[in-house]
Design a protein around this ligand. Structure first.
Ligand code: QAP
Ligand code: CO
Length: 171
């Protein structure tokens, strides 16, 4: 089932998401719906709050060398915690909840992630490059934070102006 994506400036995006406690069929169906929604929207990452569910779950599907995204390499990440972040890197980020806007954002270059999978099993992975960046971007959503909040004052003003104009033009 395709879900509706919540877009800025909807206040839902500011909620802090709650720990997932039940790893049941309902969660599995929801994660499947998130995948369908992300793929149909040309995304590489989606947090549950972006489809109006304030739970600590996110999915990622980083394109492979051929630029293909497949169901086999989707990562379903529940209740994540970052360990040992290292280095800094900058990447031009976007967000399905802030359509049409992209800006350079600084993130840690690499990290270890502890999380649970859809069955509640403890997992960990080492991430660098785009995966590490995407993890940090999606985990900010769990805290009610958007990448635009990391912009300098002047860049943020430029964003608000451009985004409001784009919203008006869509109406
Ligand atoms: C987060 O972002 C991310 O504006 C995932 O019109 C971004 O999937 C992680 C998208 C950068 C790492 C690096 C954005 C699609 C998708 C748009 C996305 C749009 C259509 C964003
Ligand atoms: Co986002």
């Amino acid at each position: 089932m395709m879900l509706k994506i919540v877009t800025y400036p909807d206040k839902l995006l500011k909620l802090r998401s709650k720990t997932v406690e039940h790893f049941d069929n309902e969660l599995h169906a929801f994660l499947d719906d998130m995948f369908e929604t992300m793929m149909s929207s040309n995304g590489i990452g989606l947090a549950a709050i972006q489809v109006a569910r304030p739970i600590r779950a996110l999915i990622l599907c980083i394109p492979d060398e051929e630029g293909e995204q497949t169901k086999e390499n989707v990562l379903e990440i529940v209740n994540p915690v970052i360990h040992a972040p290292k280095g800094l890197t900058t990447y031009q980020e976007g967000c399905l909840s802030v359509p049409g806007f992209y800006e350079d954002i600084e993130r840690f270059e690499s990290l270890t992630l502890h999380y649970q999978n859809r069955h509640g099993e403890a997992c960990s992975l080492d991430a660098s490059e785009l995966l590490a960046i995407a993890i940090q971007h999606e985990m900010d959503h769990l805290e009610g934070k958007l990448f635009i909040e990391k912009l300098t004052y002047n860049r943020r003003k430029k964003f608000e102006k451009e985004y409001k104009r784009a919203l008006k033009e869509k109406k």
